[in-house]
Design a protein around this ligand. Structure first.
Ligand code: N01
Length: 543
């Protein structure tokens, strides 16, 4: 990196034509990408729409937000010192603590100097003549760099459904993914919540305890497993830290990249009583480990039915009103939509100030000045919370005007669903990388290690390009087509691709229905990424 370039980036210039790398987003991906880029001596600059680092954990400040991957498995791996010094307080870390961790990392590795906050990247156009990306930012900045890394997150483009009358509502509206930093006090308020996904199930019990009255509008009930959260057992934490590598090595061998035990015996070979015992023990342990009760839960419909019925039984056990229990009971495939990890969610419906409204057959009609109209009934609210999720995996990328070779727009290329090579790169968009992009395991895995694996892969690739005197890397169309076909084929092997979820874009009207993440499992994916490198970046054209 030349002194001149580095100095300009630090000085916060509004335009710069000599950057090596532009990184979009200052979440865990963008932060680590910057750290690696600096290590390679690249002049890099991060643009971030928010006012601080942390990405998901910066935006999602709704009450009860916490990670449902256990704390000892949800942290960076690249620095032994960082891993040794940081202490988590709970089994599942709450959002403020994860955000504190992100800030700690930014300080510890002195990242902020090359970050520009409150700045959204609006446009990234590839210039064939110079072989560089021209990038326009929301503050009118014009930038140019040889490489661009989209560290834009998989669940960062909030989905606020276009319900009629949205603007007419006189009360306050909130989206869980864009929660006010000062927090919201619902004391004495009548609150409506739309949605019953992970964000809703974490926030509903807490909002219910605070609000005067809470009404939940449910379109699809969800399966949950209990979190059993509590103070982190510091003995266990010390044990993990004594050999962090062993836990992480084990995690890398699991399909979801999380160290959970998976029972490979077929579920239907066990008798009813034995199977129930297995489910009960997983239930008592809590968390995603439940999915490991039997390795074929997502492959065999009959096996899946047994887990689904077990969970419905748990709902009937805790919900007093059988009609409400019935309404809360999912009948789709267990684990097909993202499994939720809850704390007192179903129990919340035993409260006298909480009401559940089924909008599965008749959508919410409209918002009104006083509240909301659904099922022919008017509901009065002081506040409405949209827990309606995200335009997942492609939303954050496609809201940027990205144009590759020949002015091809990414939005056009992906009109029938995302196409990428390894979820890392897109043919016709040279020198542009996507961290945990569609076509990679990403959201089906523990996000932080997956982010780190991608950033390491990209960094090694940038190093290779420079070391070998190349100027450009671009996936070959045939390699991309083969990978897309493989992603679709593996999706078909699991029950997971069969239901209407955000994994297939079903939550966004008009979005192509394509199973977006790679289902072939984390170990197979790691192997493929390594193999591509070993074979001299097989499937890529290097020029
Ligand atoms: O969003 P969601 P989320 N009318 O899309 C409903 C991660 N995450 O923010 O299912 C009525 O899951 C929609 O109904 P339906 C995690 O990966 C992680 O909760 O489409 N309802 C659904 O119930 C998660 O999966 C953590 O029929 C409408 C809900 O809104 C992902 O983020 C915590 C509607 C949206 O649920 C997204 O979770 C939180 C409408 N018009 C999130 N539109 C942790 O790690 C949508 N819905 C803990």
């Amino acid at each position: 990196m030349s002194e001149v370039n580095a100095g300009a980036a630090h000085a916060g210039a509004q335009s710069e034509s000599n950057l090596d790398l532009i990184i979009v987003g200052a979440g865990f991906a963008g932060m680590y990408m910057l750290h690696r880029a600096r290590g390679l001596g690249l002049a890099a600059r991060v643009f971030e729409a928010g006012s601080g680092v942390g990405g998901t954990w910066y935006w999602n400040r709704y009450p009860g937000a916490r990670c449902d991957v256990e704390s000892m498995q949800y942290s960076y791996q690249f620095s032994d010192e960082l891993a040794a010094e940081w202490e988590w307080s709970e089994r599942y870390s709450p959002q403020p603590e994860i955000l504190e961790y992100a800030n700690h990392v930014a300080d510890r590795f002195d990242l902020r100097g090359d970050m520009q906050f409150d700045t959204r990247v609006e446009r990234a156009h590839f210039d064939e003549a110079s072989g560089r990306w021209n990038v326009t930012t929301s503050d009118g900045g014009q930038w140019s760099a040889q490489f661009v890394v989209m560290a834009t997150g998989c669940l960062s483009s909030a989905n606020k459904p276009k319900i009629d009358g949205l603007e007419s509502f006189r009360g306050d509206t909130y989206h869980t993914g864009q929660w006010p930093h000062e927090g919201v006090d619902f004391t004495g308020k009548r609150v409506g919540v739309i949605g019953t996904g992970s964000s809703a199930i974490q926030s509903i019990p807490i909002m219910a305890a605070q609000a005067d009255h809470l009404t939940v509008f449910q379109r699809t009930p969800n399966y949950m497993v209990p979190a059993h959260n509590g103070a982190l057992d510091q003995g266990y934490a010390a044990e993990v830290k004594a050999d962090y590598g062993a836990l992480r090595d084990r995690a890398r061998t699991r399909p979801g990249g999380i160290d959970i035990e998976i029972n490979m015996a077929p579920a239907m070979e066990a008798g009813d009583a034995a199977r129930r015992e297995v489910y009960e023990s997983k239930w008592a342990r809590g968390g995603f480990g439940f999915m490991g009760a039997y390795g074929d839960l997502m492959l065999d419909q009959a096996a899946n039915d047994t887990a689904a019925e077990f969970v419905r039984g748990k709902i009937r056990d805790v919900v007093d009103d059988p009609d409400v229990a019935d309404l809360l009971s999912p009948h789709n495939i267990f684990g097909c939509k993202r499994l939720c990890v809850d704390t007192n969610y179903w129990q919340t419906y035993n409260r006298s100030n909480v009401k559940l409204i089924d909008v599965s057959e008749e959508p919410i009609e409209r918002l009104t000045p006083g509240g909301l109209r659904a099922r022919g009934e008017d509901f009065e609210f002081d506040a409405i919370v949209f827990a309606t999720g995200f335009d997942a995996m492609t939303g954050a990328l496609l809201r940027i005007d990205i144009q590759g070779v020949g002015g091809e727009k990414l939005v056009d290329k992906w009109a029938e669903g995302p196409k990428s090579y390894l979820g890392l790169s897109v043919a016709g968009f040279p020198n542009l990388f996507t961290v945990t992009g569609p076509g990679s395991p990403s959201v089906l895995t523990n996000m932080l290690p997956s982010i780190e694996q991608h950033v390491n892969w990209i960094s090694d690739c940038l190093d290779y390009i420079r070391q070998h005197g190349h100027a450009q890397i671009n996936p070959e169309a045939v390699a991309e087509e083969d990978w897309v076909a493989h992603v679709r084929e593996t999706a078909g092997l699991s029950l997971r691709a069969t239901c209407s979820s955000w994994y297939v874009g079903a939550n966004i009207p008009g979005k192509p229905r394509v199973f977006m993440p790679y289902m072939g499992g984390y170990p197979a994916y790691l192997e493929k990424c390594a193999e591509v490198v070993e074979n001299g970046y097989q499937g890529f054209a290097l020029t």
